[in-house]
Design a protein around this ligand. Structure first.
Ligand code: UD1
Ligand code: UDP
Length: 379
């Protein structure tokens, strides 16, 4: 019997794990492949939480995270560790996701092994290499290295064509985050979860829920200070509202949040540890609005019918802006307060129906394309 094609799926941060979980599921359930799941461990605790939620046991764990890691150090450790992994377990195809350092470094290592790379969530662009930083560079570099490009939307496909990627290498499959959401929401409908760490009486019954997340490197310093002051202002302006902020583990985020928000001591602001995916979605489903600089949160908003006030100057997700789910305000105190106040006061424009990020079948579409490619059938 011919050997099955060896496909290595590699990822390491919370958002990559969420978006690759359905892909892992699809490949492990598919008798056409011999898949291998390798985690870099770029996000030790936040990755492990997602692996547990989706019941994924990796085949290898590169365990590269160090406290307050530098981008160069992280890249170097991932290159070295994934090089050893690919020497021990050669692959016919390596799948990476998105725009993290883990994804770029793993893609570069595969390229050095002359192993083709499939890029999941390809073609996102802001056109500004400094924002998001370093992710925009990671995306552009992965486009140069990859053989298969899985575009989530028509706009991202067009970006890839504009970059000179041959049309036959681009596959419009939707965003796997919709697949992940469908899996998670079905689980929640069967078995609701408690949100750990909420102060007593915070939910339900209180006023509208405002959920907050933030972690972008280009917001470190003044951007984060503005975000924290905006949340403190809103907590004063809307005393009946409940603000829940699960704080990212990056010490550059925890510093200002501790100094400004914890010090403000507002009784209607709860600062929590990062939440598991099911717990986070439990709050997202109940939220009146989400204040965020996250990529994944922007893409989840249309499925959940929610509004996001985006605390960034640029976005690579124009679809969610066009549908009204995302409002781009930048990390600016007054603009965050104004946009959030309008939503809480009920004066925001209506949301368009439909979901620009797909139908939740991206993962099996990716498996089909990989099979066609690996068996030499033109896609
Ligand atoms: C990373 C990605 C970013 C992605 C984000 C999602 C890069 C350069 N950055 O940013 O693209 O949007 O994840 O959240 O790839 N830490 C822990 N435990 C964890 C996770 C992080 O302690 O589980 C702390 C460590 O001190 C670590 C630091 O956070 O060194 C920074 O982690 P890192 O992955 O380098 O950057 P993020 O800001 O998390
Ligand atoms: N998320 C989570 N717990 C949290 C905050 C976010 O599970 O406490 C999920 C969120 O639903 C989304 C993903 O994490 O799917 C986004 O991760 P993050 O914002 O860290 O990264 P980005 O998408 O910006 O790269």
């Amino acid at each position: 019997m011919a050997m099955l094609p060896r496909v290595t799926l590699v990822f390491g941060t919370r958002p990559e794990a969420i978006k690759m979980a359905p892909v892992v599921r699809a490949f492990r359930a598919d008798a056409r492949f011999a898949p291998r799941v390798v985690v870099t461990g770029q996000h030790r605790q936040m990755l492990d939480a997602v692996l547990a939620t989706f019941e994924i046991v990796p085949d290898a764990d590169l365990n590269v995270m160090t406290p307050d890691q530098s981008l160069a150090g992280l890249t170097a450790r991932t290159l070295t560790a994934f090089d050893a992994e690919l020497r021990a377990h050669p692959a016919d195809l390596v799948l990476v996701q998105g725009d993290t350092t883990a994804a770029f470094a793993a893609g570069l290592t595969a390229f050095y092994h002359r192993t083709p790379v499939g890029h999941v969530e390809a073609g996102l662009r802001t056109g500004d290499l400094q924002s998001p930083w370093p992710e925009e560079a990671n995306r552009v570099l992965l486009t140069r290295l990859a053989t298969l490009h899985f575009a989530p939307t028509a706009a991202t496909r067009d970006n890839l064509l504009w970059d000179g990627v041959p049309a036959g290498r681009i596959h419009l499959v939707g965003n796997t985050v919709v697949d992940a959401l469908h899996l998670a929401l079905a689980r929640l409908d069967r078995a609701p979860v408690e949100v750990p760490g909420l102060p007593p009486g915070f939910l339900p019954g209180g006023g509208p829920l405002v959920l907050v997340t933030g972690h972008r490197r280009e917001n470190f310093g003044p951007g984060f200070e503005a975000i924290c002051h905006a949340v403190a202002d809103l907590a004063r302006l809307f005393p009946a509202a409940r603000f829940v902020y699960p704080v990212h583990l990056n010490p550059n985020v925890r510093g200002p949040v501790g100094e400004i928000l914890r010090a403000a001591g507002a009784a209607n602001v709860a600062l929590l540890e990062p939440l598991g995916y099911l717990e986070f979605l439990t709050l997202f489903r109940r939220a009146a609005v989400v204040l965020s600089d996250s990529g994944g949160v922007q893409e989840e908003a249309p499925t959940l019918g929610k509004r996001v006030v985006l605390m960034r100057d640029t976005t690579e997700r124009p679809e969610a802006v066009a549908s009204g789910h995302v409002q781009l305000v930048g990390p600016h105190r007054e603009r965050i307060v104004a946009a959030t106040s309008a939503i809480l006061n009920g004066s925001a424009p209506p949301l368009l129906p439909g979901n620009p990020y797909g139908d939740g079948h991206a993962a099996t579409a990716i498996a089909d394309v990989c099979h066609a490619h690996l068996s030499g059938v033109p896609a």
